[in-house]
Design a protein around this ligand. Structure first.
Ligand SMILES: Cc1cc2nc3c(=O)[nH]c(=O)nc-3n(C[C@H](O)[C@H](O)[C@H](O)COP(=O)(O)OP(=O)(O)OC[C@H]3O[C@@H](n4cnc5c(N)ncnc54)[C@H](O)[C@@H]3O)c2cc1C
Length: 392
């Protein structure tokens, strides 16, 4: 029994091959090792090095910057296949590429791209994205971190919360959202500024201990009179808010793909378990109650996968995709949560053990309804796209 080839008919041969390669990699190079790393809350440096060798960190960027010359769909396929086995590894890739490197590629000058992108695309270094602050992440405009010009430098002060890849040994840069002026027409003057790791005044706290994604690196970052050269500004001054919102729209497709991967991983594990576990003299897969659970899990996962494929296809062909990305994130994160709950139920007591993959999936699913915009925020985005007025 296998559901490995879900929605293949929609993929080019090249995309299908990439998906198959990452599927094998996840099974052979991630699955055997990730449980121990997760239990010890250790960042998977060895696995990340192998992902770099495969070219995963440069997938959607042009070859001239050391990238793979593919697209966002390719990145999301890789993220989905990794998440079938483990979400810590998948979010490390999704955040490094989708949130960390993308703003530099999308908004950086040619000189900035040449300076920062090659080692990021090769995966030798990781980039992070610093938007959320301790006072709140849902109201992305309420940035309190400031950056003031002093001669040829920006002087940054403030704190960022929950930053993925914020303090690994290979994190080289963090793109920080900071207020650089007074509001104009009630629009916040926020700019995106690249801060290299090791800059005096920039401190990464120790890693948070999290409910899930335990092998990923998430930290609070603080900036105290942290000075970087003026040419670390990405794009136009004061345009950071719209830049970040646009990066988040793309990032949501990757989180939707990650969610579908987790939902699929639950099915993979359960199909194997119900054919070997016996209760009352019967394989539990013979019980119709469990067959129906698995049928629903499969239907939910398939439907969720189509939402992110649609959003990625719209992005790839230059069509508006904001609403579709929010729908994909909303639907897929819900599918992941429900499948994780059902998978744990199917595994019975063994599903409640940290050592089983479904135990890990259960812990990893919840953040999918929170990170990169909560489910409430996705509903607000969809409502705005339907033309409904802003309200409390
Ligand atoms: C593991 C992890 C990794 C992360 N990685 C990053 C990262 O790399 N970079 C980064 O910048 N951020 C990152 N985040 C932050 C994440 O995006 C925020 O946690 C998320 O946006 C929610 O913000 P908050 O936690 O401050 O919740 P709050 O904004 O305080 O929201 C609290 C509750 O209020 C609800 N709410 C808020 N406003 C409204 C409204 N208008 N209407 C209805 N309900 C509302 C929310 O939905 C939520 O239920 C990460 C978070 C985690 C936990």
């Amino acid at each position: 029994m296998s559901t490995r080839n879900g929605a293949s008919v929609l993929l080019s041969d090249e995309h299908a091959q990439l998906r198959a390669n990452v599927e094998s990699f996840a099974r052979e190079e991630v699955a055997p090792f990730i449980g121990d790393l997760y239990a010890r809350e250790e960042f998977p440096y060895g696995i990340v090095a192998k992902m770099s060798e495969m070219g995963l960190f440069g997938l959607p960027f042009p070859e001239e910057y050391g990238g793979g010359g593919k697209d966002h769909l390719a990145l999301c396929l890789a993220v989905e296949e990794l998440a079938r086995v483990d979400s810590s590894v998948a979010i490390t890739l999704a955040a490094a590429v989708g949130l960390g490197t993308t703003p530099i590629y999308r908004y950086g000058s040619e000189e900035q791209k040449q300076r920062w992108l090659p080692p990021l695309c090769r995966g030798e270094q990781l980039a992070a994205f610093g938007l959320t602050e301790p006072s709140g992440g849902s109201d992305a405009a309420a940035v309190a971190t400031t950056a003031r010009r002093d001669g040829g430098e920006w002087v940054i002060n403030g704190t960022k919360a929950f930053i993925t890849n914020g303090g690994t040994q290979i994190t080289s840069v963090v793109t920080v959202a900071a207020v650089t002026g007074k509001p104009v027409n009630e629009r916040p003057q926020i700019s995106a500024i690249v801060v290299p790791a090791g800059t005096p005044g920039f401190t990464a706290s120790k890693k948070y201990s999290k409910v899930g994604w335990s092998a990923s690196d998430t930290r609070e970052l603080s900036f105290s009179d942290c000075r970087v050269p003026a040419d670390h500004l990405l794009g136009e001054e004061g345009r950071g808010y719209s830049q970040f919102l646009s990066v988040l729209d793309e990032g949501r497709i990757a989180v939707a793909a990650l969610s579908v991967g987790l939902a699929q991983g639950c099915i993979d594990e359960c199909l194997s378990y119900v054919s070997r576990r016996e209760v009352s003299g019967h394989k539990i897969g013979e019980y119709q109650a469990l067959q129906f659970k698995l049928a629903d899990m499969e239907a939910r996962t398939h439907a969720a996968r189509l939402t992110w494929y649609d959003a990625a296809a719209r992005l790839g062909t230059g069509k508006p995709f904001k609403k579709e990305a929010a729908i994909a994130k909303l639907i897929a994160s819900d599918a992941a949560m429900v499948n994780a709950r059902e998978a744990t139920q199917i595994f019975g007591g063994y599903g409640f053990l940290n050592e089983t993959p479904v135990g890990r999936f259960y812990r990893d699913a919840k953040i999918l309804e929170i990170g990169e915009g909560t489910s409430e925020i996705q509903r607000m985005i969809i409502a705005r796209q339907l033309g409904l007025p802003a309200h409390l």
